[in-house]
Ligand binder design. Structure first.
Ligand SMILES: [Zn+2]
Length: 721
């Protein structure tokens, strides 16, 4: 269940508020987590989390690289829809991709869906577009190919573009016809639908597991997935899986003109289709179908988690097509979460990889919709107090205390959450929960900050321990070796985790002593799984290539909050050498404000960043870590040679958009060499904005401020002189 907390931390993060260092750290954390999930699924045939949550994490990932495209450089992990297909099965490429549906959660969402369709099709006022509704079965999707009436191939959804060949397993499912004996069946057609396990079969299976002294399964859906993807088709057979047909993939000929007729045809061919499939002719009818399914939900012998709406006319479906990864003509209307009342036994505060303190309620275990819930997230300090992220009161301002009776909500989409507190049931002796102001892991001060972007006080308290907080070290180390930081190839992700778990690397300096320690037999890298002489020596040479680094890279690599690439550069330009850096830190210990003012004077450096920088390095533990590191490497002073005759000398310039003839970093380096200061945002102090393709909001702002704007080509002319 602890991964629930992690998921909550990831999903509740407002990514627009992240500083540059946090963006990278958060991104790496997300990718790590997704990779773990994929690996667990791949190794054990067992999806550990709900598909919906997995999809949410995936879309968060896509959102991250959309908002911060540079993050793509930090990891190769992107652009998949579902689980990676396992290598236990052959892969099958879907001729027609199996993409996922977007979700809506209320009637407004439904109206919006219909509205968009009407607008897109430019429909007449009085013409209603027929919408088929059907229950959304909570199982896993599969596609089954019939050629000349014979089942020849079946596959899982996989990542949406290629799935696993599970033909033999699918053939064991009793309600899937192996042959179709019907004149109107096309020569070649692919039936798609949901494989599921009934609730009663699930309970039977778990009873059997208990009687055999084995561990029980978590829920019918995961069990169905594991059963279908079992290496032994006999096991699949023994699990008594079922199948509902609800759509199709590749067809040699489309025999009908509407979705509804197709479903009826499937039924005639011998497939089980949902008896609740309905063709609706008005918005009210659609919504009534939804309410009806919601009422029926608990009485069905299989889990459903919502209702799917599809445009009935196939011709219109084709016209509507796709928007990003989902069809424009279909959507899933999710049911509301299920609730229960229970008691909070304790409140535990956990520290995430980016240092955020997350409180978790330990609950008296309670059954919600067939799942035993033991933890609920309490989000952050303010949430416990009864305040939301806008500073407004929630739960009528009632705080949350240990021993409180609370209402918990859970659905496939969200981590169990506390939605209300029964204040009347509260014992007079219970005390207000005091949120720790020290990190529970490393005892460093845990502080709240004001957002650089919005100026609002954060609801989240964060540990300031950085490189020596056990919860943050691994994240810091991964950041340290990442591409824009020290750029040590072959040491990211799983390797760093492995070295960390084996205590080979627990601080950045350890990276540079690996080779010596290996030689002195203090550690044995070769004893690790998958490591040989060649890979080890490659790693050593990659590390040795990075033993010399400029001051700005070094500062950036420390992963100090709010100290991104640009800030690191500006600080490094001001300080010039590592020696000077040590001197101002020593001085800051005596007269903090003097140094704060000295650094805040630099154009483009914000107070938040400077404070964060000073807080980090005036912390003796962090300073020692930096000193140990600098003993192992050569830190070069900044080697910018400024051309005194440059026309842009002293100007504040900003780059925006995509450049064709040069990379952004090359452009920046050039500008700096010519004595310009490259800043990240357009302000009244900006002298020059250089625009590439798709320049966006910076261009608009520059125009408003009447700042001089030049194109990439014009800029190149300036550079050439
Ligand atoms: Zn800490």
């Amino acid at each position: 269940m602890m991964s629930d907390v992690k998921i909550e931390q990831l999903l509740s993060c407002d990514i627009l508020e992240l500083s540059e260092v946090e963006q990278v750290n958060f991104y790496l954390e997300l990718v790590d987590f997704l990779q773990d999930l994929d690996r667990i699924y791949y190794d054990n045939n067992d999806p550990q989390i709900d598909d919906n949550i997995y999809d949410k994490l995936k879309s968060l990932h896509i959102k991250m690289i959309t908002v911060y495209p540079y993050l793509k450089e930090h990891s190769k992990y992107y652009s998949t829809v579902g689980y990676k297909p396992s290598e236990k099965f052959n892969k099958i490429i879907h001729k027609v991709p199996m993409l996922s549906l977007s979700n809506i959660f209320d009637k407004d969402g439904l109206e919006d869906f219909i509205d968009k369709i009407r607008k897109y099709l430019n429909a007449e006022e009085d013409q209603f577009i027929e919408i088929v509704s059907e229950p959304k079965i909570d199982g896993l999707s599969a596609t089954i190919l019939y050629e000349k009436g014979v089942l020849t191939q079946a596959a899982t959804r996989g990542d949406g573009y290629q799935g696993e060949n599970v033909t033999e397993n699918i053939k064991t499912i009793s309600n899937i016809p192996k042959t179709i004996d019907s004149l109107d069946a096309p020569d070649r057609f692919e039936i798609r639908g949901e494989i599921y396990m009934t609730k009663s079969d699930f309970i039977k299976l778990n009873n059997k597991m208990v009687s055999e002294g084995k561990q029980t399964y978590v829920n019918p859906r995961n069990t169905a997935a594991g059963s279908l993807r079992h290496i032994d088709p006999n096991v699949t057979y023994s699990r008594n899986l079922k199948f509902f047909a609800y759509t199709w993939g590749d067809l040699s000929k489309i025999p009908c003109s509407t979705h509804f007729d197709m479903i009826n045809l499937f039924k005639r061919w011998g497939f089980q289709v949902s008896p609740y499939t309905k063709n609706n002719k008005s918005l009210n009818q659609i919504y009534e179908s939804y309410l009806e399914m919601n009422n029926l939900r608990s009485s069905l012998d299989y889990d459903i988690d919502g209702v799917v709406y599809k445009v009935n006319s196939i011709e219109l479906q084709n016209r509507l097509g796709f928007i990003s990864r989902s069809p424009r003509w279909a959507i899933a209307h999710k049911f509301e979460a299920e609730k229960a009342i229970t008691r909070i036994l304790d409140i535990e505060v956990q520290v995430g990889r980016t240092g955020s303190l997350t409180p978790v309620a330990k609950l008296e275990p309670v059954n919600i919709g067939g799942v035993l819930v033991k933890n609920a997230t309490l989000h952050n300090e303010d949430f416990i107090k009864g305040i939301n992220s806008e500073g407004l009161s929630i739960r009528e301002g009632v705080d949350i205390r240990i021993n409180d009776l609370v209402e918990i909500i859970r659905s496939g989409d969200v981590i169990p959450k506390v939605i209300s507190v029964d204040k009347d049931a509260r014992n007079k002796e219970t005390e207000e929960f005091i949120f720790p102001i020290q990190c529970p892991v490393c005892k460093s001060p845990a502080i709240k900050e004001r957002s650089e972007v919005t100026g609002k006080m954060s609801s989240t308290r964060r540990c300031t321990g950085g490189l020596y907080c056990e919860s943050q070290i691994l994240g810091c180390l991964e950041f340290f070796v990442s591409r824009n930081a020290m750029n040590i190839e072959g040491l990211g992700g799983k390797t760093m985790q492995l070295f960390f778990d084996n205590n080979f690397v627990i601080s950045p300096s350890d990276i540079f002593t690996l080779e010596a320690r290996q030689r002195n037999k203090e550690i044995n890298i070769l004893s690790l799984d998958g490591w040989g002489d060649l890979s080890m020596n490659n790693l050593f040479s990659n590390i040795n290539e990075r033993r010399s680094v400029t001051l700005d890279k070094l500062i950036y690599s420390l992963g100090i909050r709010h100290v991104g690439i640009n800030t690191s550069k500006l600080i490094a330009q001001q300080l010039n050498s590592l020696q000077n850096l040590y001197e101002i830190i020593a001085e800051a210990n005596n007269d903090y404000n003097k140094i704060l003012n000295f650094l805040t004077d630099i154009d483009g450096l914000g107070k938040v960043a400077i404070e964060s920088f000073l807080t980090f390095l005036t912390n003796e533990e962090n300073l020692q870590i930096l000193k140990r590191l600098s003993d192992e490497i050569e830190v070069r002073d900044l080697d910018i040679v400024i051309n005194p005759n440059s026309v842009v000398q002293g100007l504040n310039i900003v780059f925006t958009g995509k450049f064709n003839g040069m990379s952004r970093s090359e452009a920046k380096d050039n500008a700096e060499r010519m004595g310009a200061k490259v800043l990240s945002s357009v302000t009244s102090r900006t002298d020059l904005l250089i625009i590439g393709d798709e320049p966006g909001s910076k261009l608009k702002k520059a125009k408003e401020l009447e700042i001089k704007i030049v194109t990439e080509l014009e800029w190149l002319d300036i550079v050439k002189g």
